[in-house]
Design a protein around this ligand. Structure first.
Ligand code: PMP
Length: 292
């Protein structure tokens, strides 16, 4: 059965889900997006994802032609049209069709599309055994260039960092900010446990304010692990007791090596394992129901 894709108010077969070659999302990466998950027939933290989408839109002066309620309905009907319960949802809003110049005033109507599909996960062995990372030479954008809190369609520096990881035979790479502080990975936030405290870089270092990151900070406190934002260096990563990544796709995934340095015992840490379990449990009980 062909996938149904939401595009500008309609649900169409994937073969018919097309946008113009003059769309500034394609010509200039002028647009924003969200990656969302549903578990067990419920959309996880949908409101938070929509809030972030509308904040990204505001930051780039893009007026989304749907209210948040309408957008929520559009997400739910896309999932319903595909009969999905456990899914990955990609929601994209571009500046829309314009001319070949980059002036956004030439784009009268933003393009909105939603793809809901099955999810591609990291293989389970990495949740059991952990990931090894390298640090990419490609840096995260500075706040003065493009604030990483804006989840924009400009991911080229992340892709270059991912290529560095691929070339070196790794699955993920740490990205530093312009000053050499740890920012995040190409598609996940990063955390360490240091002396029984959970630490993650503050957003002003230049990181996306991840929805999973927020959920994990809450869960940490619930399981008795104090958690706060702190500026981190590679030295802090190397000497951490535990390390893990968070993201909608990856959920919570342990890290056991960074640039050849073994983290902690070289096995996923005890707090990390507790957070993986707590996060999985949370995803099963929370969320906006798809089927009433
Ligand atoms: N950082 C980056 C650069 C991302 O693209 C993502 C989302 N894939 C994340 C962090 C994690 O954010 P979230 O938990 O909201 O998926």
């Amino acid at each position: 059965m062909s996938l149904k894709v939401y595009i500008d108010g309609e649900l169409v077969d994937e073969e018919d889900a097309k946008i113009s070659v003059f769309d500034h999302g394609v010509l200039y990466g002028d647009g924003i997006f969200e990656g969302i998950r549903s578990y067990n027939g419920r959309v996880f933290r949908l409101e938070e994802h929509l809030n972030r989408l509308y904040q990204s839109a505001k930051a780039i002066l893009l007026e989304i032609p749907l209210s948040k309620d309408e957008m929520q309905k559009a997400v739910i009907s896309t999932l319903q049209a595909n009969g999905l319960h456990d899914a990955y949802i990609r929601l994209v809003v571009t500046r829309g069709k314009g001319d070949l110049g980059l002036d956004p005033r030439k784009c009268p109507k933003p393009t909105v599309f939603i793809i809901a599909s099955r999810i591609n996960l990291y293989p389970e062995e990495f949740y059991q055994n952990g990931l090894a990372l390298i640090t990419a030479t490609t840096r995260q954008n500075s706040l003065a260039t493009l604030d990483p809190c804006i989840k924009s369609l400009n991911y080229l520096n992340h892709i270059l960092a991912k290529i560095e990881a691929n070339n070196a035979g790794f699955l993920e790479a740490v990205m530093l900010n312009e000053n050499g502080f740890v920012a995040e990975c190409t598609g996940e936030n990063i955390f360490i446990v240091k002396r029984e405290t959970l630490l993650t870089p503050p957003t002003w270092v230049g990181v996306l304010e991840g929805v999973t990151r927020g959920a994990v900070m809450e869960l940490a406190k619930e399981i008795g692990l104090s958690a706060r934002e702190e500026v981190l260096t590679r030295y802090d990563l190397f000497n951490a007791n535990e390390c893990f990544l968070t993201g909608t796709g990856a959920e919570v995934i342990p890290v056991i090596r960074v640039d050849g340095r073994t983290i902690g015992t070289g096995r996923p840490g005890e707090w990390t394992k507790k957070l993986i379990a707590a996060f999985r449990e949370l995803t099963q009980r929370e969320g906006v129901p798809i089927y009433g």
